[in-house]
Design a protein around this ligand. Structure first.
Ligand code: GLP
Length: 266
């Protein structure tokens, strides 16, 4: 796992966006995996800047979101269909027809989840998956004790996740109890993973994900199984990392072939 400790939340977004942009530059029809939540917003803002200034073209980019609430109408402002459209598709300028979000309103949710898996496979798989992490270690909506082999399916949201996400709804009772989420096995199939985390509330989860045992109690620890996983955190989210100095050292001494940011600047 490549761990990068950045000075600020904005820098976290810039570094992760440089990685994503480098994948798109090498493959204009790249398949992106999109995450919701506040953490990746800086990535999307940075990608939007690159597109606006003509440094990046995204017309052919395809995308698959990680998850969706069950039971929210698509047009609800907090459905991930709406959120992905307003924070990613529109500002970055992705082609709307090429952006997919799991269907949380389908009459047959199991069939819709299977169809989503097939659609990802038919697209050739995800080239780079953007991820955040919940305070309880969840990625996507894979709550603690999710199987490392899980595929897209219905999940029950943990009470902590519902409480964390209540800030987006008029009252805590309005937060749905269920979701459809890509599984940990689905996420691990992506060719590259880029996870971002900022703030002190993520410090325990980041420590468990990077340095804790491989355990379904911290679904994020599944990243330890992936050969190309990059974790970008700010100082506050890095506060509990035991090997923080080592990560700083390895980042400062990266060989030239690993420096995708330099390529972005050229
Ligand atoms: C949400 C999403 C996750 C996200 C996480 C953290 O519930 N389903 O994909 O990573 O919670 O969100 P935030 O970045 O706002 O802390």
């Amino acid at each position: 796992m490549q761990v990068v400790i950045a000075d600020s939340a904005a820098e976290v977004g810039r570094i992760a966006a440089a990685k994503v942009a480098s994948v798109i530059r090498h493959r204009p029809e790249a398949v992106l995996g999109l995450a919701t939540g506040s953490s990746p917003l800086a990535i999307y803002a940075d990608l939007a800047d690159r597109v606006r200034s003509g440094r990046l073209r995204v017309d052919a980019v395809r995308a698959f979101a990680l998850d969706e609430y069950v039971g929210l109408p698509l047009e609800h402002p907090e459905s991930y269909h709406s959120v992905i459209r307003t924070v990613v598709t529109e500002p970055v300028g992705l082609t709307p027809e090429l952006v997919n979000v799991p269907d949380g309103s389908a009459a047959d949710l199991d069939a819709a989840a299977d169809a989503y898996e097939r659609a990802i496979r038919d697209a050739g798989g995800v080239d780079v998956q953007i991820l955040g992490i919940g305070a309880n270690g969840h990625i996507g909506f894979n709550e603690p004790t999710s199987s490392f082999a899980s595929r897209t399916r219905i999940k029950t949201l943990a009470p902590q996740t519902r409480a964390d996400n209540a800030r987006f709804f008029a009252s805590p009772d309005e937060v749905p109890t269920h979701c459809v989420t890509q599984g940990l096995g689905t996420i691990l199939d992506a060719r590259q993973l880029v996870l971002v985390a900022t703030g002190a509330s993520k410090a325990d989860a980041v420590h468990a994900m990077v340095e804790g045992p491989l355990s379904s109690m911290c679904p994020g620890s599944a990243l330890q199984l992936h050969p190309h996983a990059m974790v970008v955190v700010d100082e506050a989210a890095a506060a509990r990392l035991e090997l923080a100095d080592y990560y700083r050292y390895t980042h400062a001494n990266r060989p030239a072939w690993q420096r995708f940011e330099d390529e972005e600047l050229s």
